[in-house]
Design a protein around this ligand. Structure first.
Ligand code: ZN
Ligand code: ZN
Length: 98
């Protein structure tokens, strides 16, 4: 029995007719992740962007290794922590000159 459904690679856009029911790789770009959306992740802490390789979200940002990379509130927390560290180090709040 022929499978009449056409498949489309989400990575390269290649459309093909599968000969088997289980498709491991895209015949065009050979990507194993042909059925997964291209997703770009961004670390809220350091702003680093990277390509997601698995369906599971990474625990840490590959750049700053911060576990709160996907928590927007973490930015404020990091800023507050830095300001507090600065305060403890210098004994005064940093003057912000704009
Ligand atoms: Zn492809
Ligand atoms: Zn980061």
């Amino acid at each position: 029995m022929l499978i009449k459904t056409l498949l489309e690679c989400k990575r390269c856009g290649y459309v093909w007719q599968p000969r088997s029911k289980v498709i491991y790789i895209c015949p065009n770009c050979k990507s194993k992740y042909w059925n997964e959306e291209k997703t770009e992740l961004e670390c809220f802490v350091c702003g680093h962007r990277w390509r997601q390789k698995s369906l599971q979200l990474p625990k840490y940002c590959p750049n700053c290794h911060c576990a709160n990379w996907n928590v927007p509130e973490a930015i404020e927390l990091v800023k507050a922590t830095r300001e507090l560290e600065e305060f403890l180090r210098t004994g005064s709040w940093e003057e912000k000159s704009m």
